[in-house]
Design a protein around this ligand. Structure first.
Ligand SMILES: *[C@@H]1O[C@H](CO)[C@@H](O)[C@H](O)[C@H]1NC(C)=O
Length: 333
């Protein structure tokens, strides 16, 4: 009897897979945050504030705590990209219950590579995310209070501490992201280059909550990871989609497979690989103009020992990826 039920469920799954697109009545478009109107941005921030209202821990706090609890299971590991993809959808669904018009945007940090602290995203107006401080005092999230830290619950102001005092070390430009996508032909090679490169420098450079496992205290975390998710989707669609179902790799010492289940969510990795049919969203192109920069690519810093330690990363692996990326930066010049 049980076998019959299992067989039936498998068949159902096959039918659903075959039906593909039909599970989504429409596909929503995630835009780069600069492409939204200021009202759309403010609607997003208001929904976030609503998620963070009520007694502690709020829904917003609990998302952050989920990220803290799974810490080492979801970083420096092949499941890094599928897990974070699903985590973003978890937030997006909660926001859309509050306001169905909301679609999570992404922050293309590579557009701000040369001078990240000068990015419009850190502007003080109520339609942007404000600057730095032990308590961020301007922008839409001025005095935004959060709950979890990496050392347990402690109510505190969301905070940022730029790595260069008043500025942030340069990020990787779009040209570097394009090269990673071209050159990394295996999933895990791509995942590692992304995680230790464009992903890490942004967390490390902004500092504060963003440098900890409680980074989801700051909405910037989600906007940044949506961009990482977009780059993964770009990678998956390169070479006629042949890479779409590539999610191989090992995690000491176990091989990772598409049948693995995401920590927390208990969803098979195979059900996270197609953003259009599994989750009903897609990414609008980034507004990066065709113009290529004529100035040299600024030097990108090595990630700090502090950040590497907090993430529990293997330092040699990080430095190996950084040398590979820094050679690309040199080539660019
Ligand atoms: C944030 O809190 C400080 C200190 O309580 C206060 O002076 C300031 O007006 C608050 N800012 C906003 C935007 O609420």
């Amino acid at each position: 009897m049980l076998r019959l039920i299992v067989a039936g469920l498998c068949l159902l799954q096959l039918i659903l897979l075959a039906a593909g697109q039909s599970r989504c009545s429409s596909v929503r478009s995630r835009q780069e945050i600069r492409q939204l109107s200021s009202q759309q941005r403010i609607d997003l921030y208001n929904a976030v504030k609503q998620l963070n209202s009520g007694p502690r821990p709020t829904e917003w706090d609990r998302l952050s705590n989920t990220h803290i609890r799974f810490n080492h299971g979801i970083h420096e590991h092949p499941v890094f990209l599928p897990w974070h993809r699903h985590f973003l959808v978890d937030l997006e669904r909660k926001l859309r219950r509050i306001n169905p018009n909301i679609v999570l945007p992404y922050w293309d940090s590579s557009l701000d590579a040369d001078n990240p602290a000068g990015s419009v995203i850190f502007s003080a107006s109520n339609s942007w995310l404000g600057g730095q401080g032990t308590c961020v005092r301007d922008g839409a999230f001025a005095n935004f209070t959060t709950y979890y830290t990496d050392n347990g619950p402690r109510e505190h102001c969301m905070y940022r501490r730029f790595d260069q005092g008043s500025s942030i070390s340069p990020f990787y430009r779009p040209s570097i992201n394009r090269r990673i996508i071209q050159e990394q032909t295996t999933y895990n090679g791509f995942r590692e280059a992304l995680e230790f490169g464009p992903h890490g420098v942004v967390h490390n450079g902004i500092g504060g909550d963003m440098m900890d496992m409680c980074a989801p205290n700051d909405l910037l975390f989600y906007l940044h990871h949506a961009f990482m998710d977009k780059l993964w989707n770009d990678w998956q669609r390169t070479r006629d989609n042949l890479r779409k179902y590539d999610m191989a790799g090992t995690s000491n010492p176990r091989a990772v497979s598409l049948r693995d289940r995401l920590p927390t969510y208990n969803i098979a990795v195979s059900a996270t690989l197609d953003i259009r049919t599994d989750y009903c969203y897609d990414y609008a192109p980034s507004p990066q103009g065709a113009a290529s920069k004529t100035t040299p690519h600024p030097q990108v810093q090595y990630m700090s020992e502090e950040y590497i330690a907090r993430m529990g990363y293997d330092k040699d692996a990080v430095r190996r990826i950084e040398s590979y990326l820094h050679r690309m930066v040199d080539d660019d010049n």
